[in-house]
Structures are given as structure tokens and as C-alpha cells.
Design a protein around this ligand. Structure first.
Ligand code: GLN
Length: 482
């Protein structure tokens, strides 16, 4: 029951094999039972919301949305009206959102039932979920290892089936990398596809909301409901709601898949390398044409990103000053001390580091040398992708150069930053991309990344769905949570 698809759950609700209350309670009990081991949730609501259950049950009765009655958790940076939204930071520890994020509202309207809020790296900065003010998240496949980040709580919660689906956000890889580390599917849509209204900003030109769930079909169903233009977000794309068309057969004839051999060759981990090659081989065996492509400037992506993202974060996070927003220090001698102490107490180390890097990169004298250069690199990377997509429909590449690493293993920031080398390029270009499970190495899950052209979520999700029609990696669960 806990390892079935959203479509199957919906079918059971429609045919009255189970009620919304029963389905949600089943997951709620698992979430409560497993949160101690995983620490995947910052907030588990004290009980199921009666109004949400009622709305869901009515939606089911009227034959409405396939999502009606499906429980979920939101990454704790989506505002949830009347409820805490902490961003895993002491700064917002007691912040109660005055309104719902557009994503939250849309999914609520469909009849989805929110069980709580998922743990994450503070303000979505990190690749391991070790930077949360509310504790490290444990990877359900191996508790001493990280679940990836920053949407690590969302990924761990789904991997342990504490919920069938969770929202996440991806700025430089934060949906794809934790999905890969936890053996589930995760999609970051095109920039602008999903409204950022009510999603606390880290780097506004990169942040994008998305979904983590076992299968591509589950992800697609939820993503579809999240999309559409939003007048409340000026960067929301002027596109109608995206409609998912589930493919009928696994046939991939006519599909052109781009492969970047230099990325695969660079993999030090033999297990990841072999599984990546096997995944590509699978596409070929199902009729796809494999085409070698190059992204000559992608190797500069990590450097450019770690100028641009901190620059934007230094600006976005300036509002948390203890006066307008966020934690205020208990005692300060004067105004400057008030700002300094409030921010020193409220922000964790990684966030403070990035604010400083960003402020520095934007300061006069350094702006031209760093920020402007990084923007130029960003454009060159986008152009590389444009040229590649003139030849192919999709690209297949690794998500992460390594398996889920041990907690505490990457204490220096730079080696953690390098972990994002395969996810950041598509983020800088604003392209839709996903990670899907392709097997296990040393007992740990491995993901394959698919990158699509602008607003072509359909193609990457279709390929993943076709693959999942014939494989079962996405259905594997960690033993301790069966
Ligand atoms: N790991 C990257 C970072 O630390 C990406 C984070 C994200 O996508 N939110 O910035």
C-alpha cells in the first residue's frame, strides 16, 4: 500500500477501497514513526487538518483531481498560511506565514493534504542537508550518510515513504542531487514554469520549485498542477498550465539523446560510470539515437554559480535584519549592534559566508571583475546549450560525481561546491531537468540526469516514464522502512 503510485492511490480512493482519512493517517503514522531516525521533517503537524481532509474527500466524490486525498510535505521554504516556515534557520524559527505560496495554494485546491514541512539546508544553501539549524537529515539508505541537499528532507521523506510525494526547490541541483542520493525521481522544471510567489528566495534568477516522488509519472501529475502563469510573480513565464501526457509505450524511436562523453569519462566512481553508460545503452536499445555533444563552457559553471548565487543571496537576505524580518537579538547597545547581533545569531555559518562573498562580489571595484564576468559565463553556457539543442531533443548525463557521502566528510566548502558540477550548468541556463534512479552501487542509489529544452518538461518526463515502465529501480525501498 505504501509503495504504490499516485494513480493507484487515486483509484483506490475513487472505488472506496480506502478513504482519504485512512490513506492520510497511514502516511501520517509513518511520518511520525520515522521522523526520529530520518529527521526529514522540521514540522509534523499535530494532527491531520480536518478541513483539508473534508475538501479532499469531496473532491474525490465529485470525481475531481487525481491528486485529491494524496498527502504531501512541503520543503520548509514554501509559505504555509498560519503555519511555521523556518527555512531551516534560527532567523525564521518562529515565523508564521501570513499567506500560502502559490504552489501550496494550487496543490491544496486539488485536494492534496499537507502533513508538515520538510527539513532542508538553511535557506537552501548546501548539498548535504548538514546546514540545517534543526539538525542533519539521515539518508534512509544508510543513516550515517547525507541525503543530499538542499531538499534533503523532502527526498528522505519520500525515500522512507513517510509521504508519497514532496515539493522541493532547485537553485543549482537541490532537487536532482537529493533525489539521486535517495533513490527517487525529482524534477526541476524550466525557470518560470512554477510560481516563486511565497517561496522564500535564495537566488531569484535560479530558484525554481519542483517535485520529488518515486516515479516520473507521480512527479508529472503533481508538477502539472503546480504550473501556470502567476500574476503575483513577475518572473513567472507567460505559459498556460502544463498538461502531462503519459506515454503509452516504452518505444524511443526518433528520439535524439545527447551525451557529453567528457563528463562520463571524468567520473572517478566506477559504479556510477557503469550505471550511467548502461542507462544510455538502454535508450539506444529502445530505438533512440545517441549523439555526442559538447558544452565547452560548462566547466566554468561552478565558479560562475558561486559568484552569482551568493550575490543574489546577499541582496535577498538583507531583509532579515531583526527589525523588518527575522530573529531579533535580546540585547543590543545601539542600532548597528542590533543588526550585527541579530544577523550573527540568526544565520548559520554557511549562510553568513555566502552573504559575505556575495556582498564583496557586488561591491564597487569587484563588480566588474567578478559579478559581470560570471554573468558573461552564464550567457556562454546558455549558448552552449542552445547549440546542443539544435542537434538533440534531450541530454543524458550524471547527476552527481559521487554516491551519497558520509556525514561530516566534506567539511571544507569547496569540495562540497564541486559536487554540483553536473547540475549547475542546466540551472544557469534555466532548463528543465530531472534525476531518475538507474540502479545501485555499493548498496547506494544512483541517479541519471535528463536535461530538456526550454519548457519541454514533457520529453524528459516521458523518457523517464518509459524507462520506469520497464525497470523497477524507482520502486526499491530501504529495508528499514519496508
Ligand atoms: N548545492 C547548491 C548550493 O549550495 C545548490 C543549492 C540549491 O539548489 N538550492 O548552492
Amino acid at each position: 500500500m505504501i509503495n504504490i503510485s499516485i494513480r493507484e492511490m487515486s483509484e483506490m480512493l475513487q472505488t472506496k477501497k480506502i478513504s482519504v482519512q485512512e490513506l492520510c493517517s497511514l502516511y501520517y503514522d509513518r511520518a511520525r514513526a520515522f521522523n526520529e531516525q530520518t529527521n526529514a521533517l522540521i514540522t509534523l503537524y499535530p494532527e491531520l487538518c480536518a478541513a483539508e481532509i473534508m475538501h479532499a474527500q469531496e473532491t474525490v466524490k465529485s470525481g475531481g483531481s487525481v491528486l485529491a486525498g494524496i498527502p504531501l510535505v512541503h520543503k520548509d521554504l514554501f509559505c504555509t498560511k498560519g503555519k511555521k516556515t523556518t527555512c531551516a534557520s534560527r532567523m525564521l524559527e518562529n515565523f508564521i506565514s501570513p499567506y500560502d505560496a502559490t504552489v501550496v495554494k494550487k496543490l491544496k485546491t486539488q485536494g492534496m493534504v499537507t502533513l508538515g514541512k520538510a527539513n532542508m539546508d538553511e535557506f537552501a544553501m548546501g548539498s548535504s542537508n548538514e546546514h540545517s539549524a534543526f539538525g542533519i537529515v539521515n539518508n534512509p539508505w544508510s543513516h550515517q550518510r547525507v541525503p543530499g541537499g538542499s531538499s534533503g528532507g523532502s527526498a528522505a521523506a519520500v525515500a522512507a515513504r513517510m509521504v508519497p510525494v514532496a515539493t522541493g526547490t532547485d537553485t543549482g541541483g537541490s532537487i536532482r542531487q537529493p533525489a539521486a542520493f535517495c533513490g527517487i525521481t525529482g524534477i526541476k522544471p524550466s525557470y518560470g514554469r512554477v510560481s516563486r510567489y511565497g517561496m522564500v528566495a535564495f537566488a531569484s534568477s535560479l530558484d525554481q520549485g519542483g517535485v520529488l516522488a518515486p516515479s516520473a509519472d507521480d512527479c508529472a501529475l503533481v508538477l502539472s498542477a503546480m504550473t501556470g502563469h502567476d500574476a503575483l510573480d513577475s518572473t513567472s513565464a507567460n505559459q498556460p498550465q502544463w498538461q502531462w501526457r503519459k506515454p503509452e509505450s516504452p518505444d524511443m524511436r526518433g528520439l535524439k539523446v545527447g551525451v557529453i562523453s567528457s563528463w562520463i569519462d571524468s567520473l572517478q566512481d566506477e559504479g556510477i560510470k557503469q550505471l550511467t553508460l548502461q542507462g544510455i545503452e538502454y535508450f539506444k536499445n529502445n530505438g533512440a539515437e545517441i549523439i555526442e555533444i559538447e558544452l565547452p563552457h560548462a566547466e566554468l559553471a561552478v565558479s560562475a554559480y558561486y559568484i552569482l548565487a551568493p550575490a543574489e543571496c546577499s541582496s535577498n537576505l538583507s531583509r532579515f535584519d531583526g527589525v523588518r524580518f527575522g530573529h531579533q537579538t535580546a540585547q543590543a547597545e545601539n542600532l548597528e549592534a542590533l543588526y550585527r547581533q541579530s544577523r550573527s545569531e540568526g544565520f548559520g555559518e554557511e549562510v553568513q559566508k555566502r552573504i559575505m562573498i556575495g556582498t564583496w562580489a557586488l561591491s564597487s571595484g569587484y563588480y566588474d571583475a567578478y559579478y559581470l564576468q560570471a554573468q558573461k559565463v552564464r550567457r556562454m553556457i546558455s549558448d552552449d546549450f542552445k547549440q546542443a539543442f539544435a542537434q538533440v531533443d534531450v541530454m543524458a548525463c550524471p547527476v552527481s560525481p559521487e554516491l551519497a557521502f558520509k556525514q561530516g566528510e566534506k567539511s571544507d566548502g569547496v569540495s562540497m561546491y564541486q559536487a554540483d558540477q553536473f547540475t549547475i550548468p542546466a540551472s544557469l541556463a534555466g532548463l528543465p531537468c530531472l534525476s531518475m534512479p538507474i540502479g545501485f552501487s555499493q548498496g547506494l542509489p544512483v541517479g541519471l540526469q535528463l536535461i530538456g529544452n526550454y519548457f519541454d518538461e514533457q520529453t524528459i518526463l516521458s523518457i523517464a516514464d518509459k524507462y520506469q515502465q520497464q525497470t523497477d529501480h524507482h520502486l526499491k525501498m530501504p529495508e528499514a522502512y519496508l
